[in-house]
Design a protein around this ligand. Structure first.
Ligand code: GLN
Length: 456
């Protein structure tokens, strides 16, 4: 904990932490020491973690990197952080992210962007750590914590993990409680660990997961020992390679990374099978209807009354002006765009044409995966991202669609509710990390982690 606290101050330039909690960290570390001395040392005893700003932490600023939550200090602790603290973990502080987890580059944060500790060769251009869990990824990659929490609605754990050379797993929808995590798109959001290794991810996920009566979508299933699943033995397993992920114009380096991953799995005794997930091309459009629709509804609660920011009003302003001014000042441009898209696709005249159609597409995407798993495939291997980390401003200055295209390999997994993991797979020509994604059967995170372990 002391080493991380020092590293955190030295690493301020990365803008990974938006709020540091050294007093809490020291108090928790002392308590952990006492537990260890008393012979009661749970898995995460004394392990210093960073917590994404999307998690409500009692008495500690929790703003989802949004101005509209200025000054918000929750009265309660999210289930995930409560579980981590029960397991002995230490909180170093809150980590930067895209505002309300909307983005792929951490550039929509009200705190300014986090920065990727990696550089292109000798080029000093600052790169994005990805998003939305960009602060988490930067902090883990730069050793400003041992591991961090992330959340993933359409790739926000896996893409930043790939951009910074770390491991990130999005569990099966329902494996981890969403209670106390600021909601973005409730049918897609899942929290998960971002770590240095697959083993760390297995241990950390075990501590986060489990049924929670406070989240009606959390599954009432036992949490297996994920670490025990890491045998490294995948002989006879069937690995699916989906042809629809072979996108036109895919950079040669991403192709090569994928081929290398396939070879590693084959060497480990797995059987490689070509598969088809025919509705893949509709995933991005469906996601960018469903996620904004749910967001527009979830974000209706930020009205200037219940939480955080309230605009200064002029003489004669009524409640409508108060809502309008507060929301116009409090939400950044990307959040406003999503609220507008969401409200539009849910409006009476367009509901069927957009929202309902997107829901039907979602069901087809899920069916594609169900069929492949029913045919005996154990895991699906794809690239995690279509490119390595890009420069700050490079995508943000283009139209928003360019940024959305970054999620092409990850959103299908959220739409289908499946577990997905990003594993680092070496460096590209410019010396930047790249990641591969493995997608597993629902509730079989142990098996998925074991497959990922083979790629380490
Ligand atoms: N980049 C995606 C989006 O902007 C995914 C975000 C996430 O997973 N939270 O919606």
């Amino acid at each position: 904990t002391m080493a991380c606290l020092t590293a955190m101050d030295a690493g301020d330039g990365l803008n990974a932490y938006v709020h540091k909690t050294p007093e809490i960290a020291l108090e928790q570390a002392r308590a952990a020491d006492a537990r260890i001395k008393g012979g009661d040392a749970p898995d995460l005893c004394g392990i210093p973690l960073g917590i994404k700003d999307l998690f409500c932490t009692k008495g500690v600023p929790s703003q989802a990197a949004s101005k509209i939550l200025n000054g918000f200090r929750p009265e309660y602790e999210s289930t995930v952080t409560a579980k981590l603290f029960d397991a002995g973990a230490v909180m170093l502080g809150k980590l930067n992210m895209d505002e309300f987890a909307m983005g792929s580059s951490n550039e929509t944060s009200c705190y300014g962007n986090a920065i990727n500790p990696w550089r292109r060769g000798n080029d000093e251009t600052a790169l994005t750590p990805g998003g939305s869990s960009g602060g988490s990824a930067a902090a883990v990659a730069a050793d400003l914590c041992l591991a961090a929490t992330g959340t993933d609605t359409g790739g926000s754990i896996r893409q930043p993990a790939a951009f910074t050379g770390i491991v990130g797993i999005k569990p099966t929808y329902g494996r981890v409680s969403r209670w106390g995590i600021v909601a973005f798109a409730s049918s897609l959001d899942q929290a998960g660990p971002m770590t240095k290794s697959v083993r760390d991810a297995a241990i950390f996920l075990g501590a986060m997961a489990g049924h929670d009566p406070k989240d009606s979508t959390s599954a009432d299933l036992p949490v297996p020992d994920f670490e025990a699943a890491l045998t490294g033995d995948i002989r006879g397993k069937k690995i699916g390679i989906p042809r629809e992920y072979r996108m036109e114009g895919m950079p040669a380096e991403i192709e090569k990374l994928w081929t290398d991953g396939i070879a590693m799995m084959k060497d480990a005794g797995a059987e490689i099978v070509d598969i088809s997930l025919p509705h893949t091309k509709y995933a991005l459009p469906a996601y960018y209807v469903i996620a904004p629709a749910e967001a527009s509804s979830n974000l209706a609660r930020y009205d200037g009354v219940r939480y955080g920011h309230r605009a200064k009003l002029a003489q004669g302003d009524g409640i409508t002006e108060m809502y309008e001014k507060t929301r116009a000042e409090g939400f950044g441009p990307e959040v406003q765009r999503r609220v507008m898209i969401g409200t539009y696709v849910l409006s009476a005249g367009f509901y069927d044409a957009y929202y309902n159609r997107a829901r039907r597409v979602r069901a087809l995407i899920k069916r594609d995966f169900d069929q492949v798993f029913a045919a005996g495939i154990d895991a699906i291997l794809t690239p995690a991202t279509p490119s390595a980390a890009f420069g700050l401003g490079e995508m943000a200055s283009a139209d928003p669609i360019q940024m959305y295209l970054n999620d092409v390999f990850t959103v299908t997994v959220n739409l289908a509710g499946l577990p997905g993991i990003s594993v680092p797979m070496g460096l590209d020509r410019q010396g930047l990390p790249l990641g591969l994604q493995l997608i597993g059967r629902p509730w079989e995170e142990g098996d998925l982690l074991n497959h990922a372990h083979v790629l380490e």
